[in-house]
Design a binder for this molecule. Structure first.
Ligand SMILES: Cc1ncc(COP(=O)(O)O)c(C=O)c1O
Length: 321
């Protein structure tokens, strides 16, 4: 019989104190993951893409041709920041979202989740405050708790983060001599509420960050993925696109549009921080990033025509225009 939740939490006593809470959260999340793998249950808990939408044939064809070439670079360690052509592709992809950047300011990871882990280890010391939306994405909570940060929740209304609450929390923390390290937000189809932050609220948040000299961590795995008519590209414009002073760290992912763990990009306000932080956990970016790059650059049209990622089709064609 599998161990009960209490038994699992009990087993966690062997872990260092800082990791216990986080691992307990992961153990709880595992229940949702198990439910998602049961074919009789459509689980909305962990945000799994539908497997029938994966581009199976394209992935098979690309993997076969890459492996047939026997080029060392396909399976070899690669640059820590990511495969250069992929970085270049990402510069043009985020350009279609209004973000102007360069390959120097992007780092590739296995997904947005690893980006959150890098950010947590880079920016948060034990006891530091991280502001998060109420409710917030469970994986971000886990990453921030892992480094023993104090999470402070900011209320949301129908337009997004409640600015009055945010200001009063920041003032209260300042009176206590505490300054949040950043505010973590998911403006596009937030997890878990599904809410789309209004453009006015995005602008107000950026203004707040400027006024208070704060960093924003903008997590955007869902901006390219919505039912036609549910939103427009203008309505999903990232906050990062209007960030003139480099205070927004932008994360995105191919997990929901191509397949989980198939690539990520982050945009960093100050160069060279993340590479040092990522290196201890991952010496280099793997060949899967290479195959994602090949997929992106060679197969974007094919994927779009078989309908796996309509928004991707739009951004690609906008780019081509
Ligand atoms: C808001 C949010 N951020 C990050 C992730 C994880 O993304 P990835 O699979 O790219 O690590 C998810 C997945 O559910 C998510 O909902």
């Amino acid at each position: 019989m599998p161990p009960s939740r209490e038994q699992r939490h009990d087993q966690l006593r062997v872990l260092p104190i800082g990791f216990r809470n986080a691992h307990a959260a992961v153990a709880d999340q595992a229940d949702g993951t198990v439910a998602a793998q049961n074919p009789d249950i459509i689980s909305f808990a962990p945000g799994y893409p539908a497997p029938e939408a994966f581009a199976w044939d394209d992935y098979r064809e690309i993997a076969t041709s890459l492996l047939a070439g026997r080029q060392g670079g396909v399976l070899q360690y690669g640059p820590t920041r990511g495969h250069k052509p992929l970085l270049e592709f990402l510069v043009s992809l985020v350009g279609t979202r209004g973000i102007r950047t360069s390959t120097d300011d992007i780092i590739v990871t296995t997904g947005s989740q690893q980006g959150l882990d890098v950010i947590a280890r880079l920016l948060l010391d034990p006891g530091d405050v991280a502001l998060v939306e109420l409710p917030s994405y469970a994986g971000a909570i886990t990453a921030f708790r892992n480094v023993r940060a104090d999470l402070v929740g900011v209320r949301q209304d129908r337009a997004g983060v409640d600015l009055d609450h945010l200001d009063s929390l920041t003032d209260r923390l300042a009176r206590e001599g505490r300054r949040p390290k950043f505010l973590y937000v998911v403006p596009n189809f937030q997890n878990p509420t599904g809410q789309l932050m209004s453009l006015a609220r995005r602008a107000a948040l950026l203004e707040w960050a400027e006024r208070r000299d704060m960093l924003l961590v903008e997590d955007d795995p869902y901006g390219a993925l919505y039912f036609e008519g549910a939103a427009t590209p203008a309505e999903t414009r990232p906050i990062k696109a209007d960030d003139a002073s480099g205070r927004v760290l932008y994360l995105s992912s191919f997990s929901k549009t191509l397949a989980p763990r198939s690539g990520w990009r982050g945009l960093w306000p100050r160069r060279r921080w993340p590479r040092a932080s990522k290196r201890p956990s991952r010496l280099s970016t793997s060949a899967r990033a290479v195959s994602t790059n090949t997929w992106c650059t060679r197969r974007a049209d094919a994927a779009c025509s078989i309908g796996t990622c309509p928004s991707f089709a739009r951004t690609t064609s906008t780019n081509a225009a």
